[in-house]
Design a binder for this molecule. Structure first.
Ligand SMILES: [Zn+2]
Length: 375
């Protein structure tokens, strides 16, 4: 009797336990199956979050068929994902930028096709594209944006410049990127950080308090005057160049190097007194717009000949300065772009790699900068 009672007592508990056990197994089975699906997607490059959303939206088969796709991955991570644009997401090339999916959605809505959207994304930041996507569909997309360094934010300026100047697309892009559709000194870009490839000119201004890094004193034997300073790396490069020149029988000397904002103001006023406003306006750079404030520019002379352009040193330096990281900054053929009359004596340190490219390609620094450095 006692055994029977015991069994009777046990059986409902066992039954419940069995059911719970089976349920647990089912849940575990489902979980293992779910994890396997997630892992299938992760294996081909989708994130955990994207993979979860792919399953949630019943898109696993389509995604597996496409394979790894960075844009799709971001789309499935994003709350802006739209089912109807799935195909476009999979065809638009990924760009690491803010608002990527929001921007793609907006551009599709404006009527751009997948290739055009890829093109637009490539030529601007997330912020730029966001603004661009708000305007009506533009007419001349392919005309401008097959050029690498064209910027989506300058679309209107390109159209206007081309219209007024009758230059071709590529030239218009380059010149607008260089702000040459603006007046000199008008609304300049503020250059804040020191770098060896920095560009300072009549459209790009240094602040009054800007100082180059690593300013060092120039030795008496390297300069025509005492108390000059320059950036250390640029000065070391000059000394190497001078040494090489000397070994070949040429004698270089620094006539001017780093000049701060106040020095430039002083120069301007001195010339104003000597030659008047018109001269200063034309030939003297306003404070903040001179490369000498970067500590990377040198006015170089010859110890043998008074006019540098007539010296053997000049002939030597034109073809050798790039080997030491310097460029012949204000060549005659660049006058239209630099806005500076030919200066045989002014050399700018940019580092060997850039200097060689500029020498080989015969570019002004402005052109090189617009094509290769500016983002
Ligand atoms: Zn100079």
């Amino acid at each position: 009797m006692a055994t029977k009672r015991k069994l009777k007592l046990k059986s409902p508990i066992i039954g419940i336990l069995k059911v719970i056990g089976i349920l647990l197994l089912i849940v575990l089975g489902c979980f293992i199956f779910y994890r396997k699906q997630i892992n299938d997607l992760k294996k081909i490059g989708y994130s955990e979050l994207a993979s979860k959303n792919i399953l949630l939206k019943w898109k696993k088969e389509d995604v597996l068929e496409i394979g790894k796709n960075k844009t799709l991955n971001i789309a499935f991570e994003s709350e802006a994902y739209k089912e109807k644009y799935f195909d476009s997401y999979s065809k638009i090339k990924y760009k690491d930028s803010k608002y990527l999916i929001e921007n793609i959605n907006a551009l599709i809505k404006k009527g751009y096709n997948n290739e055009q959207i890829t093109m637009i994304l490539y030529h601007g930041s997330g912020e730029d594209v966001r603004k661009f996507a708000k305007r009506d569909k533009v007419r001349y997309l392919e005309e401008f944006y097959t050029t690498d360094y064209a910027k989506i934010k300058y679309y209107d300026r390109y159209v206007k410049y081309m219209d007024e100047s009758r230059e071709d697309e590529e030239t218009s892009i380059l010149l607008v990127n260089l702000d040459m559709d603006k007046e000199e000194y008008e609304d300049p870009i503020a250059v804040k950080d020191f770098s060896y490839d920095m560009l300072v000119n009549k459209h790009r201004k240094l602040e009054e308090k800007f100082q180059p890094s690593n300013l060092v004193k120039i030795n008496k034997e390297d300069a025509s005057d005492e108390g000059m300073k320059a950036n250390r790396t640029a000065y070391v490069a000059f000394k190497q160049m001078k040494k090489q020149a000397e070994s070949e029988g040429y004698h270089l000397v620094i006539n001017s190097a780093y000049r701060d904002y106040d020095d430039q103001t002083e120069i301007m006023e001195t010339y104003r007194k000597l030659y008047g406003d018109a001269y200063v306006e034309k030939y003297v750079l306003k404070p903040g717009f001179s490369e000498h404030q970067t500590g990377l520019a040198f006015d170089i002379g010859s110890t043998d000949t008074k006019v540098f352009a007539n010296s053997d040193e000049y002939t030597w330096i034109v073809d050798n300065c790039y080997k030491f990281g310097f460029i012949y900054r204000f060549k005659k053929e660049y006058e239209d772009i630099t806005g500076i009359r030919h200066e045989a004596w002014h050399y700018r340190y940019v580092g060997r790699k850039i200097a060689k490219e500029i020498y080989d390609k015969r570019l002004s620094y402005e052109e090189y900068y617009a094509m290769h450095i500016e983002k």
